[in-house]
Design a protein around this ligand. Structure first.
Ligand code: C2E
Ligand code: MG
Ligand code: MG
Length: 555
């Protein structure tokens, strides 16, 4: 026993890692010379003190308390600790416990990893060289080194490695909505979660901004799928930021050595473009690198560039698709639908460019343009003596969550002189489910302005019916999937009927989308649908053609 004790002491004194031993309450019992060197405190001043003092104030309180709780081994890639001279230093910390015979933690061992430190000239904080200051994860240079090492090993053993590059989807929304401090906190938490899901043979790194990477030696492609899924799942759990539950997802691009590239630079390039592909496809998923992707990526870049110019060059126009009351055949309103008339590539439908605009953030400017254009147009029709019509405008997810949504709507109304009741905003269910309470507050704020609010493509999202009654909406738009075969599919017809009934019960207006056939109209009329929008009545029209419909129908 004595021998073990002596051996333990000798090991502790010899190790280059900084080690601190505390009792279960967190009172410091012992530090080794490396710990003394790292923190500048000698054992006489530290032993007997509460170890939390070394970490308190410069880390959040929850973290400090969590250090000494259940004794489960923990690794924190980025922790601040106080140096005797008053400065803070950032490093990785591992906590483990020594358990008594009953399996309860009796002592805790805190190990600060021995790697070179450097002092940041600006902040005075010292940090491990090759590690990202915010998260404590290895940076790109260390990752490159480890990938290089693993490629050498894999070459010898005829094995493969996978490089996963992951970017947070729409991370700028977190920064915009909650501020940079919360954004930083999220990045740190993401790093901690990554560090927890990987194996010892893997390396997790932060590349830059919201981009992280994991390198993992694999025996089969499926191994990389398992890692990707673990990462996706770890990120899906909500983050608590400023007392709010925030959800975020990753897009992951995966490249494989040796099939996709021979060195780190090639693999990184491939993973990044695979990641972009995952993002374009809606995010929250992984994609492997495939050779035809380079061409696709190039096209997308070109599209993005053209789209920026399109706003400046006024290449966008709004078309209006009538919403008709089936009983009277009267045009009650219309939906404004954007079109892009590119001088070279001609007519481009929103389905092609709206998703790219969302991803690049350009949707905010485009959305503002649409809102203003529509308001001025409705006012112009009113001033020209056309009958009262309500126009709906599609609002994208990013726009709906943007801080200035209300300001954009307000100024479009003010500047055009349009009364709010003639404007309706269309949102989709998927925008509402991540943060229901926040969404309800935003919806209410839109209603308080006096605008109507509809749920578009209803029935295709995941919204739980229990929420529907709480959403301050005025209208449901039945997705065309539930209209297109009502005449021959009794199940679809039953769903369409149920949605109409539901709207009635909730006192909402109901609009059917995509009615193309006489049979659709008859069905909807019979079942009491308020308005119908579809090719049967009209395709989306230019301002001039729409005016013709208005005068014709409203005579
Ligand atoms: P949405 O809001 O559900 O718009 C209805 C879409 O259905 C329109 O496609 C319309 O042309 C089409 N449609 C209408 N009646 C029929 C029909 O009888 N049969 C068929 N097959 N289709 C019909 P469009 O104009 O291509 O727009 C597609 C989507 O793009 C819209 O779906 C909307 O989500 C988005 N979008 C359009 N304009 C804007 C905009 O200004 N801002 C935003 N954020 N999104 C927009
Ligand atoms: Mg719509
Ligand atoms: Mg729709």
């Amino acid at each position: 026993m004595v021998e073990t004790e002596a051996l333990f002491s000798a090991v502790l004194d010899a190790t280059a890692d900084a080690v601190m031993v505390t009792d279960k309450a967190g009172t410091i019992r012992r530090i080794n010379p490396a710990f003394q060197k790292l923190t500048g405190f000698d054992p006489a001043t530290l032993v007997g003190r509460d170890a939390r003092e070394l970490f308190s104030e410069i880390n959040d309180a929850e973290f400090c308390d969590g250090l000494w709780d259940d004794g489960a081994p923990r690794h924190y890639p980025s922790v601040r600790s106080k140096h005797a001279d008053g400065r803070a230093q950032v490093h990785a910390l591992s906590m483990t416990s020594i358990n008594d015979v009953a399996g309860q933690p009796s002592q805790f061992v805190a190990v600060i990893l021995s790697e070179s430190f450097q002092t940041d000239a600006e902040t005075g904080e010292s940090r491990r060289i090759g590690h990202d200051a915010l998260t404590g994860l290895p940076d790109r240079s260390i990752l490159a080194d480890r990938v290089g090492q693993n490629i050498l090993n894999a070459k010898r053993a005829n094995k493969s490695i996978a490089l996963l590059v992951m970017g947070l989807d729409r991370f700028t929304l977190v920064n915009d909505a909650l501020g940079y401090a919360a954004g930083d906190q999220m990045l740190k938490e993401v790093a901690d979660r990554l560090a927890k899901v990987i194996r010892v043979s893997d390396t997790a790194a932060r590349l830059d901004g919201d981009k992280f990477a994991v390198m993992t030696p694999i025996s089969a492609i499926d191994d990389s799928v398992i890692v990707a899924e673990k990462v996706l799942n770890a990120i899906k759990k909500p983050f608590m930021l400023k007392g709010e539950e925030v959800f975020i997802t990753f897009s992951i691009g995966i490249s494989i050595y040796p099939t996709d590239g021979e060195d780190f630079d090639d693999l990184l390039k491939d993973s990044l473009s695979a990641m972009q592909y995952a993002k374009q496809d809606g995010g929250s998923q992984y994609r492997f690198f495939a050779s035809d992707m380079n061409a696709k990526a190039k096209n997308r870049l070109a599209l993005e560039k053209r789209m920026r110019n399109a706003l400046v060059n006024e290449e966008f126009v709004l078309y209006y698709q009538p919403k008709v009351e089936p009983k009277t055949d009267r045009v009650k309103g219309a939906e404004a639908l954007i079109r892009w008339i590119d001088p070279v590539h001609c007519f481009i439908n929103p389905g092609e460019f709206i998703p790219v605009a969302e991803e690049t953030g350009l949707i905010v400017d485009i959305g503002t343009w649409v809102m203003r254009k529509a308001c001025f147009q409705i006012k112009a029709w009113q001033d020209a003596g056309y009958g009262p019509i309500k126009i709906s405008v599609n609002v994208s997810s990013m726009q709906f969550k943007a801080k200035d949504l209300l300001d954009v709507v307000k100024s479009a109304l003010n500047d055009s002189g349009l009364e709010a009741k003639w404007l309706e905003l269309e949102i989709t269910e998927s925008m509402l489910m991540n943060d229901v309470e926040g969404a309800i507050a935003r919806m209410q704020a839109v209603r308080d302005l006096g605008c109507d609010l509809s749920i578009d493509d209803f029935g295709t999202g995941y919204s739980s019916l229990s929420y529907l009654g709480r959403f301050p909406i005025t209208t449901l738009k039945i997705d065309r999937a539930f209209i297109k075969d009502v005449q021959e599919n009794p199940n679809t017809a039953e769903i369409a009927r149920a949605i109409i009934g539901l709207s009635r019960g909730l006192n909402l207006e109901v609009v059917a989308e995509g009615a193309e056939l006489k049979e659709h109209i008859d069905f909807l009329k019979e079942n009491g649908c308020d308005s119908i929008q579809g090719f049967f009545y009209s395709k989306p029209l230019t301002v001039k053609d729409f005016e013709a419909k208005l005068t014709k129908i409203n005579v």
